[in-house]
Ligand binder design. Sequence first.
Ligand code: FES
Ligand SMILES: [Fe+2]
Length: 357
Amino acid sequence: MIATNNADFDWTLSSSDYRDPALFQRERKEIFARNWMLFSWSERLREPGDYVTGTVAGYPVFAMRDDRGRVRAFHNVCRHRGAQLLADASGQCGKLLVCPYHSWSYTRDGRLNKAVDFGSDASFDPEAWSLHALDAEEWRGLIFLRVKRGGPGLVEWLGPIHDMAADYPLEQQHYFMSKNRDCAVDWKVYGENYLECYHCRTMHPGLCAAMDIDNYRIDTYQREKFFHLHAPKRDGGLTRGLYFYRFPSLMLNLYDWGSSIATIEPLGAGAIRHINWYFFTDVSPEKAEENRKSAEWSAEIVSEDLAIITGVQRNLNAGVYERGPLSPKYEAAVKGFQDMVRDELGDRGPLRSVAAE
Ligand code: FES
Ligand SMILES: [Fe+2]
């Protein structure tokens, strides 16, 4: 039995909270389906009819530019018998989106155009069979979707990040490369790792060589649900940068010359896809090698993290480790993150705090 009374430190969540399929289903519905989730970037949808498919919170979806130039998003499911409407990762759907199963066709704003040769039943009203829509918005060249419709607009959801990032030239930066990785790690394990630099000295020699680790700090904005990470450069700050983690899983690393934009797609209890896109102002062929090196340098830090937390998850699954203490000096944002999870789930139920026991 662990003595927990009167401890002047906080605790990790219980190990079962990082592997419980029932809890994950709640997180999926109440956190990932209700928040704005990073989905794609605007350069991929240049013309009306251009689309990108993917998944958000486990739902197959697609985003498409409509005839007015607005990005719209729909569940990738036909209203007739549930076929997947679009199979490719991206493409151009033409004037109408035609289902590959029985050729129902939909307009670019999701209305049923025609249920071809359906029969003469007058009770069939095409108006009632539009595609199931998601919320979709663009912000500075990035496309975000929200499965459960309604709630704050994207700028409101981003909160102070919107103004803080205003003078970073995101619109002048272009997509360069992606790195997507599937890992046997819970999204909360990933978030908690991201939100402390207690491990940096031990694990990230490359990062510590470039960064003034003594002055690293993380500001938690509990109400606005984001974290501002301060990582001053060792060279006295010749390159300025801005680093955010917006709950539940949006990571923005912004520089004047490029950006690393990342998110976590939850795949299940204890499973994620880490998605990372790199943008640079200059994506000319002459710069390709330098850009690639810069992206690989940053991806290496992610690899170092994923390697250690994959082992953490293995131990959370194994059942010997129950919970541990959080450093009051370095891990306050980890507690802040847990409180955001509790807040969004609406009760303290499954995420038991030690104090409540
Ligand atoms: S499932 Fe799409 S037309 Fe039948
Ligand atoms: Fe790390």
